[in-house]
Design a protein around this ligand. Structure first.
Ligand SMILES: *Cc1c(COP(=O)(O)O)cnc(C)c1O
Length: 430
């Protein structure tokens, strides 16, 4: 499999090259050059085995191909259960059973397991992973790389815009993981990372690589649970699955659309956005207009300029087709709060703000009774990551899952202004 740039101005590269470069030299994002059909006649195996089968063609002809089974075993070390909800027509796919209790553990652990195994020449510059996070990515990436020899990690997050529990997961590691609290928004963090990649002084010292969802190796493994869940539903009910996805940077949405492109039995895809409405507005107006990020209760979805919009527009250059492929809703903070309350009072579910946004989008999408499909609400984070939001609404203390309880206490980040010169200086001294 070769990977090509969304902008068409870069030579096709191997999986390992796309994985290490992160962004293509023409500034575009790597996407697979082909979409071979995935033929799964049997029921899906255990997740790591299924993941290796699904991803085989995407790593074919690559130095990592022989190690794929070990990589998926290393990465997919926790379950993704599909649960029914009392008195609710949809099921919930829980993607928050990993070490940092959010779905980003899947992509981050796969990426780290790959990057740590890519053969490196002797005397090569040290590998340095740069990642911008709106909350959950950074913690998942830091956890996935922490303690892996020969890799440094710098995580940039917008100061004051992540929850206290998220901040702990960004700053608690030490060792090979360095946290930067940027005086700005997520988009500033993302811009700084993009600028750092093309900075000659930094490239002279480090082999820089990204771990954001701009990295194609973060997205490919995310197809796995959409694929496995849709097959499980197909095998049980003979009907395709429809997904409601809490969306921000649109990585998750891209992975689900890719899984459908491989021929998996996926019907409708509904995106739940918070007040950051660039994607819903694009579907309505046909104009892609990135804007400043608005802070909301669903902070991991606070993205005013979603990078993976570029991959979606590449996949569907024709707007009419994209409109058929996905539907998007805007869910504001008030509706998120109300949905957390109904989730608890009517269904005994404790939803994080992101999952609540999806539950609200589901309710709006199916309000005319159109629930005949097999609906799956994707639960992206454990509610215990957002106790200060969720607990006052439901009037309950949320039990903390063991993985979160076991993390070291918060450390102190390096605070920086959102300027490349400042970041460069700090990294060169490290
Ligand atoms: C990142 C994140 C999202 C949004 O996913 P994207 O791939 O950026 O669209 C939703 N919920 C949670 C909890 C997240 O961490």
């Amino acid at each position: 499999m070769r990977y090509v740039s969304t902008r068409g101005g870069a030579a096709p590269v191997s999986f390992s090259a796309a994985l290490m470069q992160g962004i293509a030299p023409d500034g575009g994002l790597y996407v697979p050059a082909q979409w071979p059909r995935f033929d799964a006649r049997a029921a899906p195996d255990a997740l790591p085995v299924f993941a290796a089968a699904l991803l085989e063609t995407f790593v074919a002809d690559d130095p990592l191909a022989d190690q794929l089974a070990a990589i998926t075993a290393d990465a997919f070390s926790f379950p993704a259960p599909l649960n029914s909800i009392d008195g609710h027509p949809a099921q919930v796919l829980e993607l928050f059973h990993g070490p940092t209790a959010a779905f980003k553990d899947f992509g981050a652990r796969f990426l780290a397991a790959c990057q740590a195994r890519v053969p490196r020449a002797e005397g090569e510059r040290p590998l340095h992973i740069l990642v911008a996070t709106s909350g959950d990515t950074g913690g998942a990436v830091a956890s996935a790389f922490h303690g892996r020899p020969g890799v440094q990690v710098s995580v940039l997050y917008p100061k004051g815009m992540v929850s206290p529990a998220q901040e702990r997961q960004l700053t608690c590691w030490g060792g090979n993981v360095h946290a930067f609290a940027v005086h700005g928004a997520f988009d500033d963090c993302q811009r700084l990372v993009k600028e750092a990649f093309v900075d000659s002084a930094l490239s002279a010292k480090f082999a820089l690589s990204s771990a954001n969802s701009i990295n194609v190796a973060r997205l490919l493994p995310q197809m796995t649970y959409f694929a496995a869940t849709s097959l499980a539903i197909w095998n049980e009910h003979g009907a395709p699955a429809s997904f409601v996805i809490p969306s921000g940077n649109l990585g998750h949405a891209t992975a689900c659309l890719w899984a459908r492109k491989l021929g998996l039995p996926i019907d409708q895809i509904v995106l739940a956005h918070n007040a950051n409405r660039t994607m819903p507005d694009y579907l309505t107006s046909g104009e892609w207009r990135p804007r400043a990020t608005i802070p909301t209760l669903a902070s991991a979805m606070d993205v005013g300029d979603p990078s993976n919009g570029e991959r979606l527009r590449h996949l569907y250059p024709n707007l009419a087709e994209l409109r058929c492929a996905v539907t998007a809703y805007v869910v504001d903070d008030e509706a998120i709060r109300a949905r957390i309350r109904t989730g608890w009072e009517q269904h005994a579910q404790i939803w994080c703000p992101h999952t609540a946004a999806a539950a609200e989008a589901f309710a709006r999408h199916t309000q005319d009774g159109a629930v005949a499909r097999r609906w799956v609400i994707v639960a992206t984070a454990h509610p215990a990551k957002f106790p200060e939001i969720v607990e006052p609404i439901i009037g309950q203390t949320i039990p903390v899952p063991p993985a979160l309880a076991a993390l070291p206490p918060a450390g102190s980040p390096t605070e920086i202004e959102p300027r490349l010169a400042t970041l460069r200086q700090s990294l060169l001294l490290s």
